[in-house]
Design a binder for this molecule. Structure first.
Ligand code: SF4
Length: 356
């Protein structure tokens, strides 16, 4: 099998895409084969991304207070998870948070809001923020993640300077209705399609650990390949108390690594981002996972905290990787690794990021 994962990588490098059977074999690899699997996936990673790691930074524009019922999300209707809830940040606060991420080495700022989707007024509010951030940092990439889009909103965001739009499909179409009932898989695909049609780079990924089968994970990955997602956040479910998935523990560090490797084999030249649940589920394998994935979020997520930003940067350096686009050593966001003073006061938060 060692040889076959290596052969699979060679075959993909020669232009023959991975099949669903290949993807299942990666997912079901024995732990004994893990190092060989990572080495094979790493050939694809290095072919397309060298030794760079893209560092992304989340600005949580609006938290909680959502009327949708995504069962995995602590911001959802009916969730009793203990999270910060607030309405829109103002432009100055958004600018300050974005600046902190950029100082820490991020090249992409992800501007995220909870909720089903933005009103046109919300889009204008975000457009103003984007204009202000880009005026001070013209080189920064901005990804918006505001939920389901209506006609014309993607174009307005593009005109305001947004580069990418995130909306995850989250899981396979065949599993979607079990994880949320207030919107459909088709709704999600429609938003990715609107973003792509408007010229925004489509960012869409998944959450593993939601009770899906191996085949459904493969189904989701192939759907993302089919829809042309340029960056693929791979979230690992954080089963927080107060949500329907509390006490759901289906993942192990090696399982997470195999899921990332499968994503790399299926979408070899796409940005594979280790997203929510990285610290909780990959644990000590995070550094190894950088040989497969090429992108992470710096520091913490939406309403949960990741490991300190400096620890992330050290992990990147220790592995022989460099932060994409950094001309000098990035500085930590702050000594605690969190950009949100309220979160630092409160300690660890309680949810995963919903849409990215
Ligand atoms: S994932 Fe987004 S739409 Fe779903 S409940 Fe959470 S905030 Fe609302």
């Amino acid at each position: 099998m060692t040889t076959s994962f290596d052969q699979l990588a060679t075959s993909i490098l020669e232009g023959k895409p991975a099949t669903e059977d290949d993807a299942l074999a990666v997912l079901r690899a024995h732990d004994d084969e893990l190092v060989h699997l990572v080495a094979a996936a790493g050939r694809l990673r290095r072919e397309h991304f060298g030794n760079t790691v893209k560092v992304n930074y989340l600005v949580n524009l609006k938290s909680g207070l959502c009327a949708e019922n995504c069962n995995y999300c602590s911001q959802a209707l009916g969730s009793t998870a203990d999270i910060l809830k607030y309405k829109w940040l103002d432009t100055d606060e958004a600018l300050q948070q974005a600046a902190a991420g950029l100082r820490g080495g991020a090249t992409r700022v992800c501007m995220v809001s909870s909720g089903r989707g933005p009103t046109n007024k919300d889009v204008e509010r975000v457009a103003d923020m984007v204009g202000a951030i880009k005026a001070e940092n013209p080189q920064v990439e901005i990804c918006a993640c505001l939920g389901l889009l209506k006609d014309g909103q993607a174009e307005r965001l593009r005109d305001a300077g947004v580069d990418a739009y995130n909306h995850n499909i989250n899981t396979a179409e065949s599993h979607h209705d079990t994880i949320v009932q207030t919107h459909t898989y088709a709704d999600r695909v429609d938003t990715v399609s609107k973003a792509k049609s408007a010229g925004l780079s489509p960012c869409s990924g998944l959450i593993a650990g939601l009770g899906e089968t191996d085949e459904q994970l493969v189904e989701a990955l192939f759907a993302l390949r089919e829809m042309g997602s340029e960056s693929i956040p791979v979230n690992f479910l954080m089963p927080f108390d107060g949500t329907p998935y509390e006490n759901t523990w289906e993942l192990s560090p090696t399982r997470c690594l195999k899921i990332l490797a499968m994503a790399r084999f299926v979408c070899p030249d796409k940005e594979i981002r280790i997203a929510g649940g990285r610290e909780m589920h990959l644990r000590s394998l995070q550094a190894l996972a950088l040989n497969v994935a090429n992108s992470i979020f710096l520091g913490d997520y939406l309403t949960s905290e990741g490991q300190a930003a400096e620890a992330d940067l050290e992990m990147i350096r220790d592995g022989g990787f460099v932060v994409l686009g950094a001309d000098e050593d990035p500085r930590p966001v702050d000594v605690e690794g969190s950009r949100d003073p309220a979160k630092r006061r409160r300690g660890a938060g309680t949810t995963e990021r919903p849409n990215a």
